[in-house]
Unconditional design. Structure first.
Lengths: 116, 115
């Protein structure tokens, strides 16, 4: 079965500092990986996705993530945090061969707080 | 263009009542998903529809939960005899289907409160 672990349910950074949100996955097949962001009382918005092309993936709002197969990781980074980045972030995995169907398996989420 | 829409945005019901939650996917999207987001369980997959194929119901937590998709478009999630543990935000998502690397677009959700 596929699973996702997000280390740290809460992360706090100062405005302008590096953002690093950690995600590790478990999958028996090379997965597709996603980062979603959720602002209060809103649905999930896709930040970026890895689909077996380039291992360094750039997304919206200055975020990027690097797929590291050897570490089974897909950490999300942003060089300089902005107040508007405060939200909850979810890492998710899906199976490109659909052994597990088409569903996304989500991590528990990380709430990012940005201090002024 | 229009995104995924869900109605109602909030629903408060009494224990034991039935509720129906509606999802309008993005036009042209053949795949539709329901997820549940709750404090204790995080984001959980419930059910998935793809075109005319039989739905994947593997995530439905009990036989009180059912869903249908009429005409390959609008979907309704029905919860019968609601329980307090059904309180959660129910999220609907749609995608183009097999050609889009599983990118799913989410609606704003329906917040269900069972008293």
């Amino acid at each position: 079965a596929q699973s996702v672990t997000q280390l740290g349910s809460h992360v706090s950074v100062s405005e302008g500092a590096l953002v690093l949100l950690r995600c590790n996955y478990s999958s028996s097949v090379p997965p597709y990986l996603f980062w979603y962001v959720q602002y209060p009382n809103q649905g999930l918005q896709l930040l970026l996705k890895y689909t077996s092309a380039a291992t360094l993936v750039k997304g919206i709002n200055g975020f990027e993530a690097e797929f590291k197969k050897s570490e089974t990781s897909f950490h999300l980074t942003k060089p300089s945090a902005h107040m508007s980045d405060a939200a909850e972030y979810f890492c998710a995995v899906s199976d490109p061969f659909r052994e597990y169907g088409n569903k996304l398996v989500f991590g528990a989420g990380t709430i990012l707080r940005v201090k002024s | 263009g229009a995104g995924v829409s869900q109605s109602p945005s909030n629903k408060v019901t009494e224990k034991g009542k039935d509720v129906e939650l509606r999802c309008d996917p993005i036009s042209g999207h053949t795949a539709l998903y329901w997820y549940r987001q709750s404090l204790g369980q995080g984001l959980e997959f419930l059910i998935y529809f793809q075109g005319n194929s039989a739905p994947d119901k593997s995530g439905l937590p009990s036989d009180r939960f059912s869903a249908e998709r009429t005409g390959g478009s609008v979907s309704t999630l029905t919860i019968q005899r609601t329980q307090q543990e059904d309180s959660a935000v129910y999220l609907c998502a749609s995608s183009l289907g097999l050609a889009d690397y599983n990118e799913q677009f989410f609606g704003p959700g329906t917040r269900l409160t069972v008293l």
